[in-house]
Design a protein around this ligand. Structure first.
Ligand SMILES: *[C@@H]1O[C@H](CO)[C@@H](O)[C@H](O)[C@H]1NC(C)=O
Ligand SMILES: *[C@@H]1O[C@H](CO)[C@@H](O)[C@H](O)[C@H]1NC(C)=O
Ligand SMILES: *[C@@H]1O[C@H](CO)[C@@H](O)[C@H](O)[C@H]1NC(C)=O
Ligand SMILES: CC(=O)N[C@H]1CO[C@H](CO)[C@@H](O)[C@@H]1O
Length: 387
């Protein structure tokens, strides 16, 4: 008898725990997007990722490809997608007929069910030092856009590319931001494209890199959006209390220097690693939680930058999952908000406890097995305590 009462007490407790956690995930109405990178061999299936994304209440995802499994899994969801054409496609995409057949094969079949709003043609192309690739960038963007026009899709899908922040040669003070001299010949006509077709200029910005490279000079609270005196731009008298906003305004300034005030700058990637190699100062779960947590609060407040206060920052956080097969330093594999099993790497108020994902990640995706296992654990613990 006593034993049965114990069991039912714990079943009730377990039920409440699951209910409480499920209600936590409802708190947020979040305007941020997230990068869903898949350089890993241990990620949950896209249909399980749908549950995670829905419980996070995230409605914008950026992919690095146009993975049909993901686009299908998100059919009839309210999630909007940015899809990517990798650098390896750029040479082919300069050919208008190949661009058109890529769109017909990889985009058009999904468009009636899945919202795809943007294609990034190439990623950080100017960082590759590959002259042929760099020369192909704009022609590839033009023929992808031309194909969208032919197919009547250019009003719903925009064309852009994502840049590394180090296409800037100067970023401080923000009002003096300027592009690298050797890139001007490519960037000037690219800006004309953005201006003509009203497509955003995307930048991948990581204040983490600046801190890691110079931890004794760069203030941690400034890069982490923590309270700090900030830094005044002597040309504008604007006060910057965080590095990301200074970086965004530096890009605006660089674009303005080339004659454009009509192009919106958006952040296609930003984030902070929860782990790194010993020389990657600052990579820690605490700093990552502070960076991303503070960033999400500012996004929720719809803040703009000091130079563009009325334009809310538009950001894709990097990244949804830790990606175990990314090359490079340890930090590269530790930018995720979530482990591949769906548990949060740290808590930033998104309330990562996602029963569906935990269940989904059990060996055979068997909810029953997993619940049985939890219940057994609770009962065992109870019985141990009773001894
Ligand atoms: C999700 O976000 C939307 C607005 O972005 C909000 O209206 C809705 O209440 C949120 N839902 C939950 C479950 O948090
Ligand atoms: C580029 O086009 C050629 C010829 O159609 C094809 O064989 C090749 O696979 C394409 N490259 C990519 C990366 O799709
Ligand atoms: C590109 O060139 C710059 C300067 O010459 C160098 O610092 C950088 O490492 C190079 N990048 C790659 C990807 O080779
Ligand atoms: C029903 C089901 O998915 N069963 C799978 C459980 O896992 C084993 C080994 O991974 C598979 O062989 C079964 O097909």
């Amino acid at each position: 008898m006593a034993n049965n009462r114990g069991r039912s007490f714990f079943l009730t407790l377990l039920f409440h725990l699951l209910t409480i956690s499920a209600s936590f995930v409802q708190i947020s109405s979040l305007g941020f997007g997230i990068n869903y990178g898949q350089i890993a061999n241990n990620l949950p299936s896209p249909s399980r990722v749908v549950l995670l994304i829905k419980s996070m209440n995230v409605t914008r995802i950026k992919l690095y490809d146009a993975d049909p499994n993901v686009l299908l899994a998100f059919s009839n969801s309210n999630v909007q997608f940015v899809v990517g054409l990798g650098n390896e496609y750029l040479a082919n995409m300069t050919d208008p007929s190949k661009a058109q057949s890529w769109i017909q094969q990889h985009l058009q079949p999904y468009l009636s069910q899945t919202k795809i709003t943007c294609i990034t043609v190439g990623n950080e192309v100017f960082n590759t030092n590959d002259t042929q690739l760099i020369m192909n960038l704009l022609p590839a963007m033009q023929s992808v856009h031309g194909a969208l026009v032919n197919l009547g899709l250019d009003q719903q899908v925009t064309v852009t590319t994502a840049h590394s922040f180090n296409i800037l040669s100067n970023s401080y003070p923000p009002s003096s931001g300027s592009f690298r001299q050797d890139l001007l010949q490519y960037i000037q006509p690219l800006l004309a494209f953005h201006s003509q077709f009203n497509s955003p200029f995307l930048i991948n910005a990581y204040p983490f890199f600046a801190y890691k490279d110079n931890p004794s000079e760069v203030s941690l609270s400034y890069v982490l959006f923590e309270p700090n005196p900030g830094s005044i731009d002597p040309n504008t008298n604007l006060n910057y209390d965080n590095m990301l906003y200074a970086q965004i305004d530096a890009v605006y300034a660089a674009i303005k220097m080339l004659g454009h005030t009509d192009i919106e700058v958006r952040i296609s990637e930003t984030g902070w690693p929860s782990k790194g190699d010993t020389n990657e100062i600052g990579a820690s779960p605490e700093n990552a939680a502070t960076y991303n947590g503070n960033l999400l609060k500012r996004i929720e407040q719809k803040q703009g930058t000091p130079a563009n206060p009325s334009v809310p920052i538009d950001i894709y956080v990097f990244a949804l999952f830790n990606e175990n097969l990314k090359p490079g330093p340890a930090s590269e594999r530790n930018y995720g908000l979530y482990y591949p099993d769906g548990t949060p790497v740290y808590n930033i108020g998104l309330q990562g406890f996602l029963p569906e994902m935990v269940i989904a990640s059990s060996s055979n995706g068997s909810a029953v097995n997993f619940l049985a296992c939890i219940i057994t654990c609770f009962i065992s613990a109870w019985e141990l305590l009773r001894l």
